[in-house]
Design a protein around this ligand. Structure first.
Ligand code: UD1
Length: 353
């Protein structure tokens, strides 16, 4: 019998790609999601890719009673990958309690429910935001965690601490994966990023501008201390990122020596400026984007990219897909959404203007 893995937030952007990779690695997958930022239609899309329908339950992990009941019913779950959380940095600065409440209570309820059924393997979705603006680049896992620039970022830091503390006093083993900037879509263009309303992140804004849904992309600042003045990030293909979750799970389930709690950076190790991303998008896809330079966005760091040695050598994972593939796949997904090939999935994006 194949192992049963629970993916929380499994119809979200990174979650759905991870479900596909898990299924293709032979796991049985269950999804719980409260659908606050996604749609159940993604379950159909996953089934189209893999030929297998993951189990889906609409569940809010903030509801402790329901969460415990779910785990009692599925007591054969052997590992959990936890994506379910709010992630809009800007929004978190205006409604911090919404973020603390959702992201932290969900995690605590999840850990308690896992204990109840003695499910002792957790992969946690963390972020490079915990490093703030690092003093040394590339940034390694041993760099100090800095005071968070947003309540969202703080929930990631606190969550890591909660998981660490619990792992030291229980049977739990956990791996936190600190993502750099995930972009792109599955090569089938059947799943991808589906932001509600105006996108906060760079690549969905680029694809929607290229599609004519948005008039103008604003580059947030060109006076940074970088080669072209625009900020640097380490963009990573979401499929490479998804695969790391399978490897992390297998590390905990395998015989290799490991610690109860571990942290890995997930990036390519290469930094690209905002302008690099725009120019690469234009050249690989043969489309033009209207853009102009605007003021810096508050809270943005100047530059960050990953030291990937620990992920490469200890986790045994590395990225395979480059920026061109990432940006091509993002455009294929945007085009497919607009052709209506995915039915009314595009409408889900709601008030797009
Ligand atoms: C942020 C968070 C990250 C979080 C992610 C998910 C920080 C430091 N990072 O990543 O933890 O997981 O969001 O939401 O808080 N840009 C433009 N114009 C745009 C949009 C973006 O110029 O319209 C620039 C940004 O200034 C930045 C780069 O593009 O330099 C990437 O921005 P974005 O995609 O929003 O990701 P981060 O801010 O790096």
């Amino acid at each position: 019998m194949s192992k049963k893995i629970l993916v929380t937030g499994g119809v979200g952007y990174i979650g759905s790609h991870t479900v596909v990779e898990l299924q293709q690695s032979g796991y049985q997958v269950l999804i719980v999601d409260n659908l606050s930022n996604s749609t159940e239609k993604i379950v159909d899309q996953i089934e189209k890719i893999t030929g297998t329908r993951p189990g889906f339950t609409k569940l809010d992990l903030g509801d402790r009673t329901e969460t415990l009941a779910y785990f009692k019913k599925h007591s054969d779950i052997s590992g959990v990958i936890h994506f379910a959380a709010y992630k809009a940095v800007g929004e978190s600065t205006t409604v911090p309690l919404k973020y603390y409440h959702n992201n932290l209570f969900s995690l605590i309820n999840l850990l308690e429910a896992m204990d109840e059924i003695q499910c002792n393997s957790l992969v946690f979705s963390s972020s490079c935001t915990v490093y703030g603006q690092p003093e040394e680049l590339p940034v390694s896992e041993s760099a100090p965690v800095q005071k968070a620039l947003s309540p969202y970022g703080n929930t990631k830091q606190i969550s890591e601490e909660i998981i660490y503390d619990h792992s030291q006093t229980s049977a739990l083993e956990a791996i936190s994966l600190r993502y750099f900037n995930p972009i792109g879509a599955h090569e089938s263009a059947l799943i991808g990023e589906l932001p509600l309303g105006v996108p906060n992140n760079l690549v969905p804004f680029i694809t929607q501008t290229a599609m004519g849904k948005r008039e103008m992309l604003k580059i947030w600042g060109d006076d940074y201390n970088t080669i072209d003045g625009t900020a640097i990030r380490d963009y990573i293909h979401v499929v490479d990122l998804a695969k790391a979750h399978v490897v992390a799970l297998e590390r905990m389930h395998g015989d290799k020596k490991h610690q109860r709690y571990e942290v890995f950076n997930l990036g390519t190790g290469e930094g690209s400026t905002v302008l690099d991303v725009i120019l690469t998008f234009q050249s690989v896809n043969g489309v033009k984007i209207n853009y102009q330079v605007a003021e810096r966005r508050p809270g943005d760091v100047e530059k960050v990219w990953a030291d990937t040695r620990k992920a490469n050598e200890v986790l045994g994972w590395k990225t395979e897909l480059g920026l061109d593939v990432m940006l091509k796949s993002a455009w294929e997904w945007e085009k497919k959404l607009n052709e209506g090939i995915l039915g009314d999935l595009d409408k889900f994006r709601g008030n797009i203007r």
